[in-house]
Design a protein. Structure first.
Length: 141
DNA sequence: TCCATGCGCGGCC
DNA sequence: GGCCGCGCAGTGG
């Protein structure tokens, strides 16, 4: 059963040591993938891990780059992203307005940043010039 | 360097 | 609908 919103007793600011712990806690179930969710229900959680060059973690908003088109070695986008199921999940979240748990890689592990809502999306050239999905998330008040 | 782990989707009853 | 297999991933020992 997919859970949207807070999970168990975990609250923003909590730090877990690894992706495995995030998974066991239910904060972010996939052990490697950055987007948790389905095209039909939407995304329930995402992870920012300094892997995508087009990410922006701002004071009052997050720009989260969509999935795909990336060279794992260089970290740069090397092809246009496509509308895959993970990106569809975030588009779906924008439609439903369901909150998305945001986790962010930190020095000591993965920090639970809190609940965000997907309020915008675009498909445009990123830093490397290839088309990327960009999702705009703002904190849930 | 290698590979485990969790899961969404699609195919097939 | 339920089960199974496939492919893949914002890791990590």
């Amino acid at each position: 059963m997919r859970i949207f919103g807070h999970v168990s007793y975990y609250r923003p600011g909590d730090v877990l040591a690894s992706r495995l712990e995030l998974s066991r806690a239910g904060l972010h179930r996939p052990t490697r993938a950055g987007i948790s969710g389905s095209a039909q229900e939407g995304a329930d959680s995402i992870v920012l891990a300094d892997q995508y060059e087009d990410d922006v973690f701002g004071e009052d908003e997050i720009i989260y780059a969509g999935h795909g088109g990336r060279d794992p070695k260089t970290g740069h986008q090397t092809t246009d992203q496509d509308l895959n199921d993970r990106n569809r999940a975030l588009l779906r979240s924008q439609e439903t307005g369901q909150p998305v748990r945001v986790l962010r890689k930190a020095a000591d592990g993965y920090r639970y940043e809190g609940l965000y809502r997907v309020v915008g999306s675009s498909y445009e050239p990123g830093r490397s010039g290839f088309q990327v999905w960009l999702f705009r998330l703002v904190p849930v008040v």
